[in-house]
Design a protein around this ligand. Structure first.
Ligand SMILES: Nc1ncnc2c1ncn2[C@@H]1O[C@H](COP(=O)(O)OP(=O)(O)OP(=O)(O)O)[C@@H](O)[C@H]1O
Ligand SMILES: [Mg+2]
Length: 254
């Protein structure tokens, strides 16, 4: 076989990680007079690396989030009272293995969603099946779906290792169908010991009001809080800071 034929054979065998670096590896082997086994090992590693990064990419795509946020992007000095060590503890993902939950509750713009999204990204990197859901939007979509579609949506929110419900109760009062959905998700995941992370700017004491059903709120919170990290986000809004610096830039250039 010549090089072209070898490359074609590699692609036919779906070994594109090897195919893509073959030219370089051949040159490297010639230049360094490398033993065959060393070159072969490097080629296998290229294929393994390619498969690993594709797998991570697929997992991230499936999680439903398009931003790759990390805690490295987070400015801890902006709000001195944030529960920094609890955020890093969450980021270790130990809670997923233990079937624990987390409630990230607090003031608007303080970074609750940012931290939750960083946990989502980290969990996809670590090989977990994760689903990120903007609660109000997705719950409204569920309300409009056929019963067959609803069953499929619910399954998609019960099965993953980690479910993140972001910005729950943004709309204050949620429809009865959404309240029942939340209950179904929490009850089913609780039975299966699968983790949920919820962010909300509504304190849990008021959830009964937003669900329009105090008993339902109790049964939901009871399960959520059984094994749960509570993270309270106090402080000022980072959005205001961003808006203020935009205004400053605009007036400087005027
Ligand atoms: N301390 C911070 N350092 C860097 N960026 C931050 C910080 N806090 C918030 N942000 C950024 O500010 C924006 C708003 O933050 P985020 O959406 O996480 O707030 P939130 O607490 O979820 O607010 P809400 O209750 O309104 O949903 C995001 O773009 C986020 O990345
Ligand atoms: Mg948010």
């Amino acid at each position: 076989m010549n090089m072209t034929e070898i490359e074609r054979a590699l692609r036919e065998l779906r070994l594109s990680g090897i195919a893509d670096t073959l030219g370089t590896r051949v040159l490297q082997a010639q230049a360094a007079q490398q033993p065959f086994i060393e070159t072969f090992a490097a080629m296998l590693q290229d294929e393994l690396d390619r498969r690993q990064s594709r797998l991570i990419e697929r997992r991230f795509k499936r999680c439903g989030l398009d931003e790759r946020l990390t805690l490295a992007d987070f400015d801890w000095r902006f709000n001195a009272k944030l529960p920094r060590s609890a955020c890093f503890e969450l980021h270790t993902l130990k809670f997923i293995a233990e079937g624990g939950n987390a409630l990230i509750i607090g003031k608007p713009g303080t970074g609750k969603s940012h931290v939750a999204k960083a946990v989502v990204y980290q969990a996809t990197l670590q090989g977990y099946d994760v689903r990120y859901v903007e609660a109000d939007t997705e719950f409204a979509r569920y309300g409009l779906a056929s019963s067959q579609e609803q069953a499929a949506l619910l399954k998609g929110w019960v099965e993953p290792d980690l479910l993140v419900l972001d910005d729950l109760f943004l709309a204050r009062r949620i429809a009865d169908v959404s309240a029942e959905l939340l209950q179904a998700i929490v009850h089913q995941r609780y039975k299966l010991r699968r983790s949920i992370v919820i962010t909300s700017n509504r304190v849990v004491q008021d959830w009964g009001k937003y669900l329009a059903d105090a008993t339902m709120a109790t049964t939901i919170l009871d399960r959520l809080m059984h094994r749960c990290a509570m993270l309270e986000f106090e402080g000022k809004s980072y959005r205001m800071k961003e808006a203020a610096s935009r205004i400053a830039i605009a007036s400087d250039s005027a």
